[in-house]
Design a protein around this ligand. Structure first.
Ligand SMILES: CC(C)(COP(=O)(O)OP(=O)(O)OC[C@H]1O[C@@H](n2cnc3c(N)ncnc32)[C@H](O)[C@@H]1OP(=O)(O)O)[C@@H](O)C(=O)NCCC(=O)NCCS
Length: 220
């Protein structure tokens, strides 16, 4: 079955997620099956005139167009900011739309007991091992590694190249910066941001930004 799909957002991340959509479709078509997705376009309040976006599909309009979509249409949200992503998810899901799960064919995802919430996106060359539990709209970017028994609550973003060991628990809205490392068993509180390249060796409280090795909250 081919699922109609919109991408909410029209920036660089939206173009990257569109690449994932195309890669998934290419695998299906190469195997003689129908494409997984029929891409309808981007949802963004500021119609972009950039050819690099428009060459991939139209900008359909802002959030208000979500109400006009057929209920068979699914969505992903290509917005890095975790709280904005949460708000847009509320809008789309309250209209009865369903989020899709998007996994790049070049990602390595274990076959045993992984749970991915609606809207999860796993990009190329990411590795997710086993018994992980992801909430809604978790983004695992390219070259990220996620170890066993890790939990990412809703709207967690893991930026390129982050390395997350086993039994890590990131609460709702956490962002793990590019190239950050998190050792086993760490708990990161809601909405906290781990800076690029940080090494997290102790639990991090909620609503802080932590940087460095070992990662410590920035005092503002
Ligand atoms: C941690 C981060 C969120 C802080 O951003 P910010 O709140 O705007 O903070 P500032 O840039 O004002 O920096 C505050 C201080 O922290 C330092 N700092 C910022 N990011 C740092 C990092 N990743 N590692 C070490 N120190 C860092 C700054 O040098 C500055 O120090 P100073 O006060 O001594 O000058 C941001 O720098 C970061 O690393 N974001 C991750 C981005 C990312 O991974 N993007 C990938 C997108 S695909």
């Amino acid at each position: 079955m081919t699922t109609p799909l919109v991408i909410i957002g029209a920036g660089g991340l939206a173009r990257e997620f569109h690449d994932v959509v195309e890669a998934v479709n290419a695998v299906e078509e190469a195997a003689g099956r129908p494409a997984a997705f029929r891409f309808l376009g981007f949802v963004d309040p500021q119609p972009s005139v950039e050819s690099r976006v428009l060459s991939r599909g139209p900008v359909l309009g802002g959030d208000e167009i979500l109400a006009n979509l057929d209920s068979a249409t699914q969505y992903i949200i290509a917005i890095s900011n975790t709280s904005v992503r949460g708000k847009l998810d509320e809008v789309a899901s309250s209209l009865g739309l369903h989020a899709t799960i998007l996994i790049h064919p070049a990602a390595t995802v274990g076959r045993h007991d992984n749970v991915f919430g609606p809207g999860t996106v796993i990009c190329a060359n990411a590795t997710v091992t086993t018994n992980v539990n992801f909430g809604r709209h978790v983004h695992v970017d390219r070259n990220v590694a996620v170890g066993h028994d890790t939990t990412f609550e809703n709207y967690v973003s893991v930026f390129p190249g982050a390395n997350v060991a086993g039994n890590v628990h990131a609460q709702v809205g956490v962002t793990l910066g590019t190239g950050s490392s998190v050792i086993q068993g760490i708990r990161i509180g809601a909405n906290s941001i781990i800076g690029a390249g940080a090494v997290v060796v102790r639990d991090i409280e909620a609503n802080v930004t932590a940087v460095g090795s070992p990662a410590r909250a920035i005092v503002r």
